[in-house]
Design a protein. Structure first.
Length: 547
């Protein structure tokens, strides 16, 4: 475009838009789609992506403010704004933008950091900003050695990362401005834009206030980042606990699923020895590697070799693969376990134990939707069984209750609902269970009912009386089941009722139970052991510090 000696008019802008803006829009669509795809691929911590074509009037005013001579020199006709929730997310998204520039390919022309350079080294967020700046500088140099990110200061306090990225459309490059910032930085920008940006004479107090506000928001950004770090550590600890839990106890087969060839003859004894070894066991939960090794050896003796005609039989194929997957699962080899379970799905998808195991495995892998879907299928399928294995059904209910509890407060009522269903099965078929099952059942019922009471769940009529009933039952369980989990639940119950009425007797009793938690912690057999330890520590700290 030739140089324009006369001032750019609004008509000039409109003509330019008519000729060029379609290409800018195409380039903008390419980049926005690439960002969306990268977000899906890498699960980037992006809160929202906004894109826009600059209005003709805004461009005209920009030529006046910036004394632009050429419309083709303006680089923000098309813009993308990427918002994240936390400061520490900026680095990951920055790196993804660098990847996108190489993937498309696109030309990265500029990187600018506005108001990121901190001179006040006493600021609590100085070190975090410094580390982030160094990361952006370093990663940019590695990917694009010719691009040197520039740091600029704006008196207004505006803080953001800007990029100019050009994409080829119709044989030439079209620049897109990308803004990357946190949601608090964006809130400041929107407010400042509304009250002072591009306006005439602004009251000095408004300008000064926005500078001060930008500092406050910077502090709040740091605080949010700090809170995220704490929450992530908590989440990783919980996930570690879930990963280490392994599958629910070994579940036996309905008689109809065991072929006649394995109930008699030479193969009966090896199968019986294996079943006897694993029956009612959870070697992963018990940290019993010796038991797990023995189970694997007995399984290998039973399966190697089986005659070809027998190993290809449908029921044998199912049994062998299910046991192999359960052993993989117990050994912590989740990928192999999932592979075996998925191998069985096409032919045995209507088997409730298979769906149950997949649900457990998905939950461990943090695939919550898939886990709940599989568990629901398992429940529905087990209800259709002609000869129901009530012990298996019970384990299913208990596991589902624990999953709902781990998902948080909005699911707690479902935890209690599933445990009461498990209680009904237990009461109707006590002969199938041992005394430890009863203690665990009552502990869970007391815990889940108390949780529901504490969040004020109105869906359960007479909940306070229910909680007290299970508390009384749990105290009686101590005669035969002196577990740290039982003592902790009782301690927490007493403490909560101390808070309700300030009766010192409840607090004294809670502290007595805390002593018992410490004494018996070595025998903790909770499914999610790390989470259980942490809950016990948190409860003891709170109860002992109460006044």
């Amino acid at each position: 475009m030739e140089k324009q000696d006369n001032p750019i008019t609004l008509d000039d802008v409109k003509i330019f838009y008519k000729k060029k803006i379609g290409c800018y829009q195409s380039a903008l669509d390419l980049l926005t789609n690439a960002i969306n795809e990268k977000q899906k691929e890498k699960k980037l911590p992006i809160y929202i992506i906004k894109s826009r074509i600059k209005a003709e009037e805004s461009t005209f005013l920009k030529t006046k403010r910036d004394k632009a001579k050429l419309l083709g020199d303006i680089t923000d006709y098309a813009g993308v704004r990427i918002l994240c929730l936390f400061k520490q997310d900026l680095e990951e998204i920055h790196d993804a933008l660098l990847e996108i520039c190489k993937d498309l390919p696109a030309e990265l022309r500029e990187i600018t950091l506005y108001n990121w350079e901190k001179e006040e080294k006493m600021n609590i967020y100085f070190e975090e900003d410094k580390r982030l700046i160094e990361a952006i500088m370093g990663h940019s140099k590695e990917s694009f050695p010719d691009i040197i990110p520039e740091q600029k200061t704006k008196e207004s306090g505006y803080k953001s990362l800007h990029y100019i990225i050009s994409l080829n459309v119709a044989g030439r490059n079209w620049p897109i401005e990308v803004q990357l910032r946190t949601i608090l930085q964006d809130a400041w920008g929107e407010l400042e834009h509304s009250l002072s940006y591009k306006k005439g004479n602004i009251h000095p107090h408004v300008k000064k206030s926005f500078v001060l506000l930008s500092r406050d928001l910077d502090t709040n950004d740091y605080l949010l980042s700090h809170l995220k770090s704490i929450a992530e550590k908590e989440r990783y600890g919980t996930h570690y606990s879930i990963m280490k839990a392994g599958p629910t106890k070994w579940l036996d087969y309905e008689d109809s699923l065991i072929p006649i060839e394995l109930k008699q003859g030479e193969h009966k004894a090896p199968l019986d020895r294996y079943r006897e070894c694993v029956r009612g066991q959870n070697p992963r939960q018990k940290r019993d590697l010796k038991l797990l090794k023995e189970a694997r050896q007995l399984f290998d003796k039973f399966t190697n070799p089986l005659p070809t005609g027998l190993s290809n039989k449908k029921e044998v194929k199912y049994l062998i693969n299910m046991e192999n997957a359960w052993l993989y699962f117990s050994e912590g080899n989740h990928k192999e376990a999932e592979k075996v379970y998925k191998f069985l799905i096409p032919e045995f998808k209507d088997n409730y134990i298979l769906q149950f195991r997949l649900g457990e495995l998905y939950f461990i892998q943090d695939k919550i939707t898939e886990a709940l879907e599989a568990m629901d299928k398992s429940e529905a399928l087990s209800a259709k069984e002609e000869n129901v294995n009530y012990e298996n059904m019970y384990r299913n209910k208990v596991k589902l209750a624990s999953i709902y509890w781990m998902l948080g407060k909005t699911y707690i009522h479902l935890s209690f609902e599933k445990m009461r269903e498990a209680e009904q099965i237990y009461e109707s078929h006590k002969e199938l269970f041992d005394k430890n099952d009863y203690g665990s059942l009552i502990n869970n019922l007391c815990w889940y009912s108390l949780d529901n009471y504490l969040i004020g769940n109105e869906k359960i009529p007479g909940l306070l009386d229910i909680v007290k009933t299970y508390y009384d039952k749990l105290e009686k369980c101590l005669d035969t089941d002196k577990s740290s989990n039982n003592y902790d639940t009782l301690a927490w119950f007493c403490y909560q009722f101390y808070l309700k009425g300030k009766d010192i007797k409840y607090l004294e009793k809670a502290r007595d139970y805390c002593d018992k938690v410490i004494e018996t912690e070595k025998d903790n057999d909770a499914t999610f052991l790390f989470t259980s330890y942490k809950i016990h520590i948190d409860h003891i700290q709170e109860i002992m510090s109460a006044k």
